[in-house]
Design a protein around this ligand. Structure first.
Ligand code: GLU
Length: 441
C-alpha cells in the first residue's frame, strides 16, 4: 500500500511552497489508492506553536486535502529514544563535545584551505578519560550519527534519476542536542519506518538529508522508502515574491483565491504538463506524473494564479459557492453574474445591481425621452431585453452603443456588466420599469 506523508513544522502558516508539497503527496497517494498522512514535526518546542497546528489542519481542510491519519512527533519521543539507544549500542551514534564556536572555527579553517567543511570526527578519538573530564567540567555532549564510509549511498530518485553520494564527503550529522532535544533527521526516519511510508516526496533542499537518512534506515534494519525531490518554487524574479507567493494560506484565501485555483496551478507548475483551470480533482489525480517534473526551479507568478482563479470561478457550479453568495442570490443569478467575476466577493457588487438601488448618470434631454419611451415599451416575456431593444430600435432608429448604453446605465447604474439578456429577468419587470422611468426624469 502506497503511503505518503506531509510533514510540516508548525512554525507558521502554510504557504504556496508547502501547499505544493502537500498536494503532490496527496495526489501520489490518491492515484495509487494509498494513504496520505499528516505528520506534525513539532520536536522543536521553542519554535512550534499550537495555533499553527490548528492552522495547518484548517488550511488542509480548506484545500480539501483530506488525510488518512495525523501523527505528532512530540507524542513519539519514546520511540526516538529507543531508536537512539539501539544506534548507540551499535556504535552508530557517538557523543561530541565541541562548542558551536569550536565547530565554526574548524569550518573556517577548512574553507580557508579550500577544503569542504566536513566534520573531522575528532570526538571519535576521545578516550574515556577525555569524556569523563568534559562531563566533570559540566559539558554535556551532543550526539552525531556515524556515517558508514564503506560504500556509496545510492538511490534512484523519482524526479532526479540515479543519485550517488560519497558518505566520506558528508559530515556525521548531529541528531540530538546537548539538552536532549532532537534534530529533524533521526525522528523523521524513525517515523517513516513506523508509519510504513513508502514514498517520500519533498523539496530538493532535502537531497543531502536523504543521503544521510538512507543510512539511518539501514542502521535501523529497515528498507529505505522511494525518494523523489522536486525543484523548488521561486518567484518570477528569483525569490518567492513578497506578494501572493510569500503569503500564508489564510491570506491567499482572504484575497479571494479559490482552493481549486491553487491546486490547479501547483499540481502542474514545474512539470511538462500544461497548467489548466481544473475543478475536477479526479483529473488532477489521474494525470499526476513525477516523470513530467522538470529539474529547473518552478516559477510561481501571482498574475498566473489570478488568471487561473478567474477561470476556475467561471466554471464553479452554484452548489459549490451557494453558501458564500449574498443572501437571496439563486442559481440563475449565479449563472448571469459568474462570467463577470474576478473574485467571488465581487458577486456582492453585481447582486446589488440586481437588487438596487442603482445610480444612473444624468442623461441629456433626448436620451431622457428615449428612456421614457423605453419604460412604456417594456413588455415582459421569455426574453424581455431582446423584445425591448428590438422595439426601441425599430421606433427610434438608434442602434449599437446609442441604443444599448443608456439602457444599461439606467437599469444598472454601470457602463459594463453581465449580459443584459440574463440580468434583466433578475431585475424584474416592476423594478426595471421604475428604473427606466426614474432615469428619464
Ligand atoms: N519538517 C520537515 C520540513 O518541513 C519535513 C521534511 C520531510 O518531508 O522529511 O522540511
Amino acid at each position: 500500500m502506497v503511503t505518503t506523508r506531509f510533514a510540516p513544522s508548525p512554525t507558521g502558516r502554510l504557504h504556496v511552497g508547502n501547499i505544493r508539497t502537500a498536494l503532490h503527496n496527496w495526489l501520489l497517494a490518491k492515484q495509487a489508492g494509498g494513504r496520505f498522512l499528516l505528520r506534525i514535526d513539532d520536536t522543536d518546542a521553542a519554535r512550534s506553536e499550537e495555533r499553527f497546528v490548528d492552522a495547518i489542519r484548517e488550511d488542509l481542510a480548506w484545500l480539501g486535502l483530506d488525510h488518512d491519519g495525523e501523527e505528532r512527533q512530540s507524542a513519539r519521543l519514546a520511540e526516538y529514544e529507543a531508536a537512539f539507544e539501539a544506534l548507540r549500542a551499535a556504535g552508530r551514534v557517538y557523543p561530541a563535545y565541541e562548542t558551536a564556536q569550536e565547530l565554526e572555527l574548524k569550518r573556517k579553517i577548512l574553507l580557508g584551505r579550500g577544503l569542504p567543511p566536513i566534520y573531522d570526527r575528532a570526538a571519535l578519538s576521545l578516550s574515556d578519560e577525555d569524556r569523563a573530564a568534559k562531563e566533570a567540567e559540566g559539558v554535556a555532549p551532543h550526539w552525531r550519527f556515524k556515517l558508514d564510509h564503506d560504500s556509496m549511498i545510492e538511490w534512484d530518485d523519482g524526479i532526479r534519476g540515479p543519485q550517488h553520494f560519497d558518505p566520506a564527503q558528508l559530515s556525521d550529522p548531529v541528531v540530538r542536542r546537548a539538552d536532549g532535544s532532537w534534530l529533524y533527521m533521526l525522528p523523521s526516519a524513525v517515523d517513516d519506518i513506523a508509519m510504513g511510508v513508502t514514498d517520500v516526496l519533498r523539496g530538493e533542499d532535502h537531497v543531502s538529508n536523504t543521503a544521510v537518512q538512507i543510512q539511518m534506515f539501514t542502521a535501523l534494519d529497515a528498507a529505505p522508502p522511494r525518494f523523489a525531490h522536486e525543484a523548488l518554487l521561486v518567484g518570477r524574479e528569483g525569490k518567492l515574491s513578497k506578494r501572493l507567493g510569500a503569503l500564508g494560506c489564510d491570506a491567499l484565501r482572504e484575497s479571494g483565491i479559490e482552493p481549486e485555483a491553487l491546486l490547479s496551478l501547483l499540481a502542474r507548475l514545474g512539470t511538462s504538463q500544461p497548467v489548466e483551470p481544473i475543478i475536477d480533482r479526479s483529473k488532477l489525480i489521474e494525470t499526476f506524473d513525477l516523470g513530467t517534473f522538470g529539474r529547473a526551479p518552478a516559477k510561481f507568478d501571482d498574475a498566473e494564479l489570478g488568471r487561473i482563479n478567474t477561470a476556475i470561478l467561471h466554471q464553479l457550479p452554484y452548489d459549490d459557492v451557494a453558501a458564500r453568495l449574498p443572501e437571496g442570490m439563486g442559481p440563475q443569478a449565479w449563472e448571469a453574474i459568474r462570467p463577470n467575476l474576478e473574485k467571488l466577493a465581487d458577486a456582492q457588487d453585481w447582486w446589488s445591481v440586481v437588487t438596487g438601488p442603482v445610480s444612473p448618470p444624468d442623461f441629456d434631454d433626448e436620451t431622457k425621452a428615449f428612456l421614457a419611451r423605453a419604460a412604456e415599451l417594456l413588455t415582459w416575456g421569455d426574453e424581455p431585453w431582446r423584445g425591448l431593444t428590438a422595439a426601441l430600435k425599430e421606433e427610434t432608429g438608434r442602434k449599437g452603443k446609442a441604443l444599448f448604453l443608456p439602457l444599461r446605465q439606467a437599469l444598472t447604474g454601470r457602463d459594463h456588466g453581465p449580459d443584459m439578456n440574463a440580468l434583466l429577468p433578475l431585475i424584474g419587470e416592476e423594478a426595471a420599469r421604475s428604473r427606466l422611468a426614474a432615469a428619464a426624469r
